[in-house]
Design a protein around this ligand. Sequence first.
Ligand code: ADP
Ligand code: MG
Length: 140
Amino acid sequence: MAIERTFSIIKPDATRRNLTGAINAVFESNGLRIVAQKRLWMSVAQAKKFYEVHAARPFYNDLVEFMVSGPVVVQVLEGEGAVAKNRDLMGATNPANAAEGTIRKLFAESIEANSVHGSDSAENAAVEMAYFFAGTEIVG
Ligand code: ADP
Ligand code: MG
C-alpha cells in the first residue's frame, strides 16, 4: 500500500480535556506521522464550509456550534494507507458502536462530541488539508 496523507481534526471536546497528546500518541504508535499541525479556533463560517456536505442533516447546526465551542487541532497525518488507517484508529462515529482501543471508544463523549475528525477518502483528504494548510506548511 502506498504512503498517503490524510486530514485530521482533534475536536473541541478533546482539546478541552487536554487530550491532544494522548490522541497524537495513538497516531504515532500506529505508524502515522504528524507532518503538519496547528491549533486554532474555527469561525462559524469556516465550520459551516468545512461541514457543508452535511448541511441538509438535522444535526448540522448543532455540529457547527460544537466545532466552534473551543479550539481544535488541525493536522495532516502521513503513513501507509493513512486514510483508511486513520478511520480504523478513530472508530465508529457513535462511540457506543466504536471498537475497543479506538480513539472514539477511549475518549469520545457522544456521537457529536466524538473527539476526532478524519477524512473519508483520499480525494476529500486533499480538499480538507488545502482548506487549512498551505503546501509549505506540510513537511514530511
Ligand atoms: P464521521 O466523523 O465518522 O465521518 P459523519 O461524517 O457522518 O461522521 O458526521 C460528521 C460529524 O457530525 C460526526 O463526527 C459527529 O461529530 C457529527 N454527527 C454525525 N452524526 C450525528 C448525529 N446523528 N447526531 C449528532 N451529531 C452527529
Ligand atoms: Mg465524515
